[in-house]
Design a protein around this ligand. Structure first.
Ligand code: AKB
Length: 320
């Protein structure tokens, strides 16, 4: 990777991944692609080039690839699961239409493409525990439909046109940097803000709702490592199960209470999010990622909780 375009650079993953890529590849350009209304600010704006790249506009993608001699595209444009259920047409337009535009530009201009998939690519008929790499993918949500279709389309472009497409299935991502927007797993980010602010948290999911989660530093490393992996070792491409921890609301609450004993939580269920969460796996089997490109997470629930609380206290200017 030398010159990189990040589409969706100001979103939850993009804002951190763009900065990480600029640190890792200082010899090249890492272009922060954004849509009007979601302009990069601060360090993201100042540390490298940025360009308007609406993924539904193939000409904008092509022009930016030409201008910066881009060889790798990180395609992070998507609506998260709960929002996609409310706006399924837009979710398809961005998720699948946008991916098609990106792959076409990549085919013409010889770029590698990373497009994240998700635990949302699975559905209620998938084995829920230690979900295998290759298994039933019949999702119940539009988000999942776009993710499975994206996996298939990316594999098609790799086999048919030789486009170097690669992907991981992200669990719920937890970070203290950018707030998430509209995901089913986002309660596991919100809960830390409430705890650190000394407020009672209303949990939208019921106890026992297990889902895979991952701390953002591990997720960013996965996105870089899969694109750097030796292609001759890859039996899979789109998309690899990756995992680091699986928990339900009561487990993250108990863990936070170890560090903030006064913290309180009650349940106030959101039927849409509960339905989505119930259709997703409890835990993924990431053996293939470990075998084919040496994937290994660094953070468990305890390490993540300590880091989240420490960093949120700094960010929110709150003394322990
Ligand atoms: C969501 O909850 O929609 C996302 C995901 C698991 O892909 N965080």
């Amino acid at each position: 990777m030398k010159n990189i375009l990040v589409i969706g650079s100001t979103g939850q993953i993009g804002s951190e991944l763009t900065m990480k890529l600029r640190g890792l590849y200082p010899q090249g350009d890492v272009v922060a692609g954004y849509i009007p209304g979601a302009e990069p600010k601060g360090a993201l704006l100042e540390s490298g080039p940025s360009a308007i790249v609406d993924i539904t506009n193939p000409q904008q993608i092509a022009d930016t690839v030409d201008r910066y001699h881009v060889d790798t595209i990180y395609n992070l444009a998507a609506l998260l699961s709960a929002v996609a259920e409310v706006k399924p047409q837009l979710a398809w337009k961005i998720g699948l239409g946008g991916l098609f535009n990106t792959l076409e530009v990549a085919r013409e201009k010889n770029c590698a493409v990373f497009t994240p998939s998700s635990i949302g690519s699975f559905g209620s008929s998938t084995p829920h525990t230690k979900t295998p790499q290759d298994t039933i993918q019949r999702p119940d949500t539009m988000y999942g439909v776009t993710k499975v279709s994206g996996e298939l389309l990316s594999d098609y472009y790799a086999k048919r046109f030789g486009v170097d497409t690669r992907s991981v299935r992200f669990p719920g991502l937890i970070s203290y940097v950018a707030p998430p927007g509209g995901g089913t797993t986002d309660y596991a980010v919100d809960i830390y803000y409430y705890a650190v602010n000394g407020e009672k948290f209303k949990c939208p999911l019921k106890p026992g709702t297990l889902m895979d989660m991952m701390y953002m530093p591990d997720a960013l490393r996965a996105a870089v490592e899969i694109m750097e992996a030796d292609p001759s070792r890859l039996k899979h491409r789109n998309s690899f199960n990756i995992a680091s921890m699986s928990f339900g609301p009561e487990e993250i609450y108990t863990k936070i209470k170890e560090y903030i004993p006064d913290f309180e939580m009650e349940y106030d269920l959101d039927p849409l999010r509960q339905k989505i969460a119930d259709s997703w796996p409890d835990s993924l089997d990431d053996t293939c990622a470990r075998e084919e490109w040496d994937w290994k997470p660094e953070y468990d629930l305890d390490a993540m909780t300590r880091d989240m609380i420490a960093n949120l206290r700094i960010k929110l200017n709150i003394n322990a």
